[in-house]
Design a protein around this ligand. Structure first.
Ligand SMILES: [Zn+2]
Length: 171
């Protein structure tokens, strides 16, 4: 890649990530390309590089007074890798809980317990996790609308409200 990218996607050729440097709160955050692209597409914002540079907000304080840089090989940055690993854990835990939700007491108990533990720091609400457990345990097997589906939706809503990346398949 020679010169600045035209679109966010161009950064993928150089394993790029995006660095946000906030002039208001002084936070510096490097975020993986796929996460930035997904967030912009969900918000129906362009991935045009100039739009990203001039139309971004600080990931911490949401100030618009933020400098945006493409960072070649930023995908290898430990912060980016840690965020990606975190997103992967979240995704796997949600898969387990979604699949277990309609199964009642036939759910795979150790897998669900592990998934709930993984989810706890993201959800930050023990009561919500307990509600999921109680709803699943109290339901008949394969009940179409009972089970933990409702509690699962509450969990997903909570995660979205807290700003975590939740795949469209769970929403
Ligand atoms: Zn800030």
């Amino acid at each position: 890649m020679v010169g600045p990218p035209k679109r966010l996607e161009d950064l993928s050729k150089v394993e790029g990530a995006v660095r946000f440097t906030c002039r208001a709160c002084t936070a510096v955050r490097t975020i993986g390309l796929d996460e930035v692209i997904r967030a912009r597409l969900i918000a129906k914002l362009s991935t045009d590089w100039e739009a990203v540079r001039h139309g971004s907000t600080c990931p911490v304080c949401e100030s618009r007074n933020v400098r945006v840089d493409g960072v070649p090989f930023g995908e290898r940055n430990p912060e980016v890798r840690a965020r990606r690993a975190e997103a992967r854990r979240l995704h796997l835990a949600l898969q387990v809980l979604r699949d277990a939700a309609p199964r009642g007491a036939y759910m795979p108990v150790p897998a669900v317990q592990l998934a709930l533990r993984v989810l706890h720091p993201f959800v930050g609400d023990q009561e919500l996790l307990r509600t999921y457990w109680d709803q699943v345990m109290g339901a008949q097997k394969d009940s179409p609308c009972g089970g933990g589906q409702l509690a699962f939706r509450w969990l997903v809503t909570r995660l979205i409200d807290r700003g975590f990346p939740v795949a469209a398949e769970f929403q």
